[in-house]
Design a protein around this ligand. Structure first.
Ligand code: CMC
Length: 429
């Protein structure tokens, strides 16, 4: 073995030397193959939060955190968000390829349309939830319950099965989010409309009156604005995939036990809910409201920096990005573009957010720790402008992330990976 491709570990108390292979990758840092570390040395590695640990090999996405780069299947997200629809991105993440032409793109999208409906028995599940439940709790339960209707996927075997499993999930998740929301406000459910695109249909299910009609004014029925559709489509794309984030790792870990893929995805939805992860988008808006005025930003930032206060600036910081999150850059521009095109943005929140960013990016605390705005910082301002209720911000993240979770479930099962089973450093009696 060429010793450039190995590392040597020396146990300083015994003088023993152990050689480990370095795993080659197409981009980014190599990894030490520690799979047999315990077997050969009798010691474990300790890495709480897995900051330096790769738990799998993957081809789904690549992040260069130092340079703020994110690729889905090798393609920069800036290109994808400009040129392709969210359903094309789903096709890319699931099959590894973008649709080769309009026909293939349309066929994939039409397949999803026919799969939007829910079994009537599943719809009854929402009745069991109190109307003040958080939609993420309803959503993870409903996705878990989907596994009772598609039991066949427990023994998933061929590529068609994998694709159908993923398509069903991607098609039904907006319906589950919309039904969960309608239940929470006591409104009747609006069934999916196959004549509408992915995003139009989702907005219809959120907004329509019984019978499927939108609001009426003196000028007639208020149509869904194509600008809103385009913006939400881009938001879904920007959330579609992000390597081994907490929810995707949860999905892979749960899938490693051989459980139903929808049960694994249900677990991922729960992981996403937390404010350190996808739940941050909801909290960002709460913080902007709490700051209340541009004049209060400096005082607020002082509190965030206080080491004796666990309070954090939501929508800032990231385990991997030590530079501007490329998704946040696209979102900031999208917010400004929407305002120019006449979509009403909350100017007060937008001004406060930009001031927070300006103060933070010139403050030593943030500079030393390389804390930049992440994807959640500007998404809430845009979602509010699209009249999406705050309680749906994290469920919207879940709709966007669905193709990524499905792609990882498929990759994990196909890789034949062992069950996830880390060790612990025992400190008890
Ligand atoms: N505000 C203030 N200080 C922060 C922040 C923040 N948002 N984020 C990190 N820090 C400080 C932290 O206190 C620590 O300081 P010190 O070295 O003095 O102890 C240092 O920066 C490193 O932080 P860490 O907690 O070790 O970083 P992590 O990689 O474990 O956590 C994070 C990453 C995203 C959980 C964290 O940055 C955070 O809590 N951010 C706010 C919540 C948020 O916006 N989450 C969305 C993440 S992006 C979308 C997604 O994945 O869902």
């Amino acid at each position: 073995m060429d010793n450039k491709n190995t590392v040597t570990l020396i146990n300083n108390s015994t003088g023993e030397k152990f050689e480990f292979n370095l795993i080659e990758c197409t981009r980014g840092p190599k990894a030490i193959d520690f799979g047999k570390l315990f077997e050969t040395t009798g010691i474990f590695s300790y890495d709480p939060g897995y900051a330096s640990t790769a738990g799998c090999k993957s081809t789904v996405s690549y992040i260069d955190g130092q340079n703020g780069i994110l690729l889905y299947r090798g393609i920069p997200i800036q290109d994808l968000v400009e040129k392709y629809s969210f359903t094309d991105i789903c096709s890319l993440l699931i099959s590894g390829k973008l649709p080769k032409d309009d026909k293939e793109s349309k066929e994939f999208e039409l397949d999803l349309r026919q799969l939007r409906y829910l079994n009537e028995g599943l719809i009854d599940i929402f009745k069991a939830f109190p109307d003040n439940a958080h939609p993420m709790a309803n959503l993870s339960s409903a996705v878990g319950a989907l596994s009772t209707f598609y039991r066949g996927y427990i023994e998933i075997g061929d590529d068609d099965d994998y694709e159908m499993m993923a398509k069903r999930m991607i098609a039904k998740i907006p319906t589950l989010v919309a039904f969960s929301y309608r239940h929470s406000i006591g409104y009747p459910y609006i069934y999916p409309d196959v004549s509408l695109s992915y995003v139009e249909n989702f907005l219809l299910m959120l907004r329509a009156f019984p019978g499927g009609k939108l609001k009426y004014t003196l000028d007639g029925e208020v149509q869904i604005d194509p600008l809103e559709v385009e913006a939400l489509d881009k938001i879904f794309t920007l959330h579609a995939e992000h390597g081994q984030n907490a929810s995707t790792t949860t999905v892979r870990n749960v899938a490693s036990t051989g459980v139903h893929p929808y049960a694994a995805i249900s677990a991922g939805i729960n992981a996403l809910w937390g404010p350190s992860h996808g739940g941050a988008n909801e909290k960002v808006l709460d913080q902007l409201a709490e700051i209340g005025n541009v004049k209060n930003v400096n005082k607020f930032i002082q509190r965030v920096k206080d080491k004796n206060d666990p309070f954090r600036l939501m929508g800032f910081g990231h385990r991997v990005y030590k530079n501007y999150d490329p998704r946040a850059k696209v979102l900031k521009k999208l917010k400004d573009d929407l305002a120019k095109k006449g979509i009403k943005i909350n100017d007060r929140f937008s001004d406060i957010a930009e001031k927070v960013e300006e103060v933070a990016l010139t403050d030593d605390y943030f500079i030393e720790r390389k804390l930049y705005p992440n994807v959640d910082f500007y998404s809430g301002i845009i979602l509010s402008a699209l009249k999406i209720p705050v309680s749906l911000f994290t469920p919207i993240f879940a709709i966007g992330r669905m193709p990524g979770w499905c792609a990882h479930v498929i990759e994990h099962i196909k890789s034949g990976a062992r069950i996830t089973r880390p060790r612990q450093v025992y400190e008890g009696k």
